[in-house]
Design a protein. Structure first.
Ligand SMILES: *Cc1c(COP(=O)(O)O)cnc(C)c1O
Length: 946
């Protein structure tokens, strides 16, 4: 069987039946009816013929073989770490973790929420701050977020500037510069050894350690900043913080950094989880996701995403950030790594790294080199006038990559896997002899931390592999991921993440390559990236692409920046307003704000399409200020709008650019190309359409595809930045720290396209449309489909309107989501883009059997709603409002509910054979926000009493 036959859910006999239900004779006829002829692609996509699973793996193995794996001591933000095999196999390679969605539906997500809470608590403990979020996209963008957040949060110094440490990593300075420039926030790059700069300083960013590995006493600077009412961000290495005084203890307000070295491979630059921790009181201005502790209906502790979680959809351009997909899966690994090692284990690793670095420094000093700094953690900078290239070459011969700072200086960053032989070989290659460390490199006592940290039992319980394996199994068992049920989340495209696609990402030849290795060590990576880039260009009909954005929203930000830069370059400085339909994904408006653009809403017509009259009125109103429009296609309402070409044309005539949000490419592949029917720029979501798993909220890849005229505004390479953070030839500033963003997961999309080919992508689109229409048709009588296109058809998703049922019964769409959990289903997208509705996107990978199971569940729920509407049971007492039902509830000795236990737990007979119970009852969301807590609850909180 070919790969595509495995990728698609329905068998061909099923597809025929489904087409019959819809009244179409063939898939082609269905697609002809769904996709407007004006935008139809003639001809076929130009892609290589599809390969079978084993052929594709053989080909990608050839690429892997072209990468050379050396010992990586380059540092520069990425450090050699050992991934404990138990974490790799049971988290990174476990579909129970990697195929789950962002935990909006908290009751079916207690496992990953607990894992993320563990991550947050690791960060809180090590930084000495009270609140941490559950990951940001990368260290450089996290610093940029912090710089902007200090601006928002500082109520004493308004309209001031911030100062960033010139000792920050170059990529950090460059990405932060990009962010600040777009927002018009003034800043200076400062050598803090000369004290704080004069003027209205609202915040400072300090490196701890610095780019050259040097550690300075930052306490006096923090004090001085506080006296000036400036806020303080410290960019800290979490592993170094096991030894050093924490930012919290030193008086900082915010700590940020990377957690890669907590058990994650280099992945050629990403994905890795960045962290952010803040003082209590700042949590409401913090970007990113935050897990909090609340209570369930039985009063037991339960976890949920807290505070600003869905705020982009509510607050749009006023949201604290545009971050939607973050780095959840990587954060889960980092948190588990901290639990597996515990505080003593982490401290031991840190001490060993420091000692080894000191031994290297001592040996090289004796050999006659200069050592640039006496106080360092794991990184030694060696001075050898004019000899840097020679030393880099010698290290290479010893099998080690080291860092070249300039012609006179090299850097050596010692990592967790670097053993005695390797260090000895390296030092000898450089002309020294490895021995004991000189005491002069001991970390000064006044910098060392003396407080206890990570005292909670979770950091002490899981030392044996058996215990860890079982704990991870226990967490995965609490959750619903794609390995158990369809996840029909509209707009999220939760399709198959095939095992053959996933396997190569853990191969050492891909995973263990540092992003700054010489080109000839990463040839396989470059060939793979070139293929993938060309294929995505062919699929979308654009001219150029950047794989740098590490989420869809980052792609939006990069794309809007390209639009702004384009206008600036043409002298159109007044074009500062972007038109965004009110139905757009919330990140669209939030990204526009981040790119320094103003947002003007465009109304939706009664049929769900863009209201062209209102669009014309807005174009009239904003005239020469129109920078462009951002539209989602097919629209967030799940239909292909016929007038899209007209909309694009109107905006172009007004001098604006068209941003087509391509997150919904799944219904278009092989049928329409955004780059050809009117778009100037689109981002894609490889973690939706191109099979990268969602990871419980990341990693993501949001490539930015553009037409020729925008190509020169694609984000540049942070590592080419000068000391000011600027790129040569005025190239566009980077938006992520690694040039290829989340490179480590690109093999997944490469495999998907290599195995599907042009026809397979078309099949994917067709089956996605078939499945969505099948559900829409089957449920329409009970749950009217809100918007349809020609022929009463939808695209790849449909909105089920529950508002009338809610009016009649007071049963809400949320009740239905929770009740679906009793049937073992993950709910559809709730209340987006229309409140009171559910948006269902089955994807092509779901079988007819699974769709029928979902339809049966929804029909059963309908009958339950009608009972309430008819007054047979009060809504508060209903099986719907009391859902989901836990084992505890269903098996209790007392039973006083107006429905039976069977109805509660086994509403359809098939559940007797395959039943999932949520581990908690309905969670009190509002209460959790009023009473915000993000510390792991004490063990007693879970005391088992009936
Ligand atoms: C998912 C989605 C986004 C945001 O993507 P992230 O990777 O979560 O940042 C943007 N637009 C649309 C239409 C989406 O569905």
């Amino acid at each position: 069987m070919s790969f595509i036959d495995r990728h698609l859910g329905p068998r061909s006999a099923d597809a025929e039946q489904m087409l019959e239900t819809l009244g179409y004779s063939s898939l082609d006829a269905l697609m002809d009816a769904v996709v407007p002829s004006q935008i139809r692609l003639d001809g076929e996509l130009q892609l290589p013929a599809p390969l079978s699973e084993h052929e594709a793996q053989a080909k990608i193995a050839g690429y892997a073989a072209k990468n050379k794996v050396l010992a990586q001591m380059i540092g520069a933000g990425y450090y050699d770490a050992v991934t404990p095999a138990v974490l790799r196999r049971n988290i990174l390679e476990n579909p129970g973790f990697y195929t789950s969605y962002t935990p909006y539906q908290a009751e079916i997500s207690q496992g990953r929420l607990e894992a993320l809470l563990n991550f947050q608590n690791t960060v809180m403990e090590l930084t000495g701050l009270e609140i941490a979020n559950s990951s940001l996209l990368d260290e450089a963008s996290a610093v940029a977020e912090a710089a902007v957040m200090m601006h928002r949060a500082n109520r004493k110094v308004k309209n001031g500037f911030f100062a960033i440490d010139s000792r920050c990593l170059p990529q950090v300075i460059s990405v932060t510069r990009g962010r600040a420039e777009m927002l018009g926030i003034p800043f200076v790059i400062t050598d803090f050894s000369e004290g704080l700069p004069e003027g209205d300083l609202y915040g400072i960013v300090l490196a701890y350690p610095g780019n050259e590995g040097d550690i300075r006493d930052i306490e006096p600077l923090i004090k001085a900043a506080k006296e000036r009412n400036a806020l303080v961000t410290v960019v800290a290495d979490l592993l170094a913080l096991t030894l050093l005084k924490s930012p919290g203890e030193l008086g900082a307000d915010i700590a940020v950094g990377n957690t890669q070295r907590f058990g994650l491979p280099f992945f050629f630059g990403g994905p890795h989880a960045a962290y952010m921790a803040v003082h209590k009181g700042m949590e409401r201005t913090m970007p990113g996701r935050l897990v909090g502790v609340s209570k369930d209906s039985a009063g037991k502790p339960a976890y949920r995403l807290a505070l600003q979680t869905r705020e982009q959809h509510i607050r749009r351009e006023k949201a604290t950030s545009n971050i939607c997909t973050a780095q959840a899966l990587l954060a889960i690994v980092a948190g588990a790594y901290a639990m597996y090692h515990g505080p003593e284990g982490l401290r031991a690793i840190a001490n060993r790294l420091h000692t080894n670095a000191a031994r290297v420094a001592t040996a090289l000093k004796s050999a006659g080199y200069g050592i640039a700094h006496d106080t360092f953690f794991d990184t030694v900078v060696v001075e050898a006038a004019g000899r840097a290239d020679e030393l880099v070459a010698k290290a290479l011969e010893a099998g080690v990559n080291i860092r070249r700072f300039d012609e006179n200086r090299i850097g050596i960053s010692v990592g967790e896997s670097h053993g005695e032989e390797l260090l000895k070989g390296l030092v000898e290659a450089l002309g020294g002899t490895l021995g004991e460390a000189d005491a002069q490199y001991d970390l000064p006592a006044e910098l060392l931390r003396t407080d206890d940290y990570m005292q909670h039992p979770i950091f002490h319980k899981y030392r044996s592999e058996t215990e860890m394996m079982r704990y991870l199994r226990h967490l995965a068992d609490k959750d619903l991921a794609l390995d158990r049920t369809m996840i029909p989340l509209g707009s999220c495209t939760m399709k198959l993440n095939a095992a053959a696609e996933m396997e190569p990402i853990s191969w050492p030849e891909f995973a263990n390559i540092h992003p700054l290795v010489p080109e000839n060590q990463a040839e396989g990576w470059h060939e793979l990236i070139k293929d993938l880039s060309e294929w995505l260009v062919a699929i979308t009909g654009y001219d150029a692409i950047s794989l740098q954005p590490n989420s869809g929203a980052t792609g939006e930000y990069a794309g809007l920046r390209a639009i702004r830069s384009f206008h600036e370059a043409n002298g159109d400085h007044e074009r500062d307003t972007v038109l965004i339909p009110l139905s757009a994904h919330g990140t669209n408006a939030a990204s526009a704000a981040l790119a320094g653009l103003k947002v003007a809403g465009v109304a939706t017509a009664a049929d769900g399409s863009i209201d062209v009259d209102d669009l014309k009125a807005k174009i009239e109103k904003y005239g020469p200020k129109v920078a462009g429009i951002m539209i989602t296609y097919p629209s967030t309402h799940g239909v292909f709008e016929e007038q899209v070409a007209e909309v694009c044309q109107l905006v172009h005539e007004a001098g604006g650019q068209v941003y087509l949000d391509g997150a919904n490419l799944n219904a278009q592949m092989g049928f329409a190309q955004p780059g050809k029917f009117g778009g100037d720029v689109s981002h894609l979501n490889l973690h939706k359409t191109f099979s990268i798993p969602h990871g419980g909220g990341g990693p993501g890849v949001g490539p930015l595809a553009v037409r020729e005229h925008l190509a020169k505004f694609l984000p540049g390479d942070a590592y080419r930045a000068d000391a000011e953070g600027k790129l040569p030839n005025d190239a566009a500033l980077p938006i992520s720290q690694a040039f290829f963003g989340s490179a480590g997961v690109l093999p997944i999309s490469w495999m998907y396209i290599a195995m599907t080919g042009a026809q397979g992508l078309k099949d994917s689109s067709q089956y996605a449309v078939l499945n969505a229409n099948y559900i829409a048709k089957k449920l329409n009588d009970k749950y009217p489909v809100l918007y349809t296109g020609p022929g009463g058809l939808v695209a790849h998703e449909c909105i089920l309107d529950l508002r009338q049922l809610t009016d009649q019964s007071h049963v809400t769409a949320e009740d239905v989501c929770k009740r679906l959990m009793d049937f073992g289903f993950h709910a559809p997208t709730l209340a987006f883009p229309v409140p009171g509705t559910l948006m269902v996107e089955p994807t092509e990978s779901e079988s007819k059997e699974e769709l029928d199971r979902f339809i049966e569940a929804m029909e059963t729920i309908y009958d339950e709603i009608i009972e309430v509407a008819e007054g047979k049971v009060a809504v508060e007492d209903s099986v719907l409002r009391n859902a989901p039902h836990t084992v505890d509830v269903v098996s209790a000795d007392e039973w006083d509910r107006p429905y039976s236990r069977t109805q509660a737990a086994f509403p359809v007979p098939s559940l007797r054979a395959n039943k999932y119970f949520t581990s908690v009852g309905r969670i009190d969301g509002a209460g959790g926000d009023r009473n915000f807590v993000c510390e792991c609850p004490p063990m007693e909180a879970f005391d088992l009493e009936a």
